[in-house]
Design a protein around this ligand. Structure first.
Ligand code: DGY
Length: 326
């Protein structure tokens, strides 16, 4: 019997590709840039499975062009690149890669928090530019992390992992989440509050919510103005959760002290974006899950989810149970 056809839109780690060998008939887009939309349509027309990444948009138009499609396996925990409702209506399973990237993403959030608070990139540029003339009591002073208050927006697994790191810095933890997180309250002494209270009281605000209709633009001018002038915003979730123009004004006009960003409204962020001119903005290119272990885990999970779906089993990380035959 012919093996099901699968299209993989990036060369992911062998931990994933090796699992596919002999079980599906797969082809990989080998370029180091996102797959051309025309190629995705052409390959998708034949495919029963797509294994793709957050740079690939899965919308009604694509789904209509893929009549044989049974599963879209996303190599990411976030799946805002996929129209899940449209897929569910067509009985197409959507899967993601949770858990394996929780620690890596929490680590990068904390890296940005520390780096922005202690002006690490700004100081390094200062030194390399030959501006370091002498030690001085006022040279490049930062903000204290130890003992400060951290506000976590979206207390899922990654938010909780950030809170655990914060505990090691004796931070007080506030959080905003749709539902209470009793384990975080018990073990980390975290306190659930409204977004307004979190913004008003936190020294650091770290975003860990998914991007959806409720969270798009969640942090705009009104919210940034509610933050302390000494506070720092960290975003490792998705760029559009923050109004980037408002954030530029907040950081350049001193409404807040600075920002640490792994994600942007448009990625890659254009290098002439005014945000990148600000010394109090730490910016890195969407690296939350970029460790060898996390990416190997994501590749493995993406392959396992895909194979389970094509074999008629319920994939371990099914996002839309409504599409799975009962
Ligand atoms: C995710 O998994 O959603 C990350 O943003 C990509 O690594």
């Amino acid at each position: 019997m012919a093996l099901p056809k699968v299209y993989v839109t990036r060369r992911i780690q062998d931990t994933g590709l090796d699992l596919l060998k002999g079980r599906v008939d797969f082809e990989v887009w080998e370029e180091p840039r996102p797959v051309d939309r025309s190629a995705l349509f052409e390959k998708g027309a034949e495919a029963e499975g797509l294994l793709l990444t957050l740079t690939d948009r899965v919308d009604e138009e694509l789904l209509d062009a893929c009549p044989r499609l049974k599963v879209v396996s996303n190599y990411a925990v976030g799946y805002d690149n996929i129209d899940v409702d449209a897929a569910t209506r067509r009985g197409i399973l959507i899967t993601n890669t949770p858990d394996v990237l929780t620690d890596a993403t929490a680590d990068i959030a904390f890296t940005l928090l520390l780096a922005t608070a202690r002006r690490v990139f700004e100081s390094s540029n200062f030194l390399r530019a030959g501006e370091w003339k002498t030690w001085h009591p006022d040279l490049l002073l930062g903000r204290d992390v130890s003992g400060a208050t951290l506000g976590i927006v979206g207390m899922g697994k990654i938010g909780e992992a950030v809170a655990r790191r914060a505990k090691g810095f004796s931070m007080d933890i506030l959080y905003m989440n749709r539902s209470p997180r009793p384990s975080a309250e018990r073990e980390l002494n975290a306190r659930q509050v409204s977004l307004d209270e979190l913004l008003a009281k936190s020294d650091f605000v770290s975003l860990h919510c998914p991007l959806n209709d409720e969270t798009r633009g969640l942090i705009g001018e009104e919210q940034l103005r509610k933050m302390k002038k000494t506070a720092i915003l960290i975003n490792t979730s998705r760029g559009p959760v923050v109004d980037q123009k408002a954030l530029y004004r907040a950081c350049s006009e001193g409404w807040i002290w600075g920002a640490g960003l792994d994600v942007f409204e448009k990625e890659p962020i254009p290098t002439d974006d005014p945000l990148l001119t600000l010394p109090n903005v730490t910016a890195i290119p969407h690296l939350g899950s970029a460790t060898i272990k996390a990416r190997e885990g994501m590749a493995r999970k993406a392959a396992e989810n895909l194979l389970a779906a094509l074999e008629g089993k319920r994939p371990p990380d099914l996002v839309n149970p409504g599409a799975f035959p009962q």
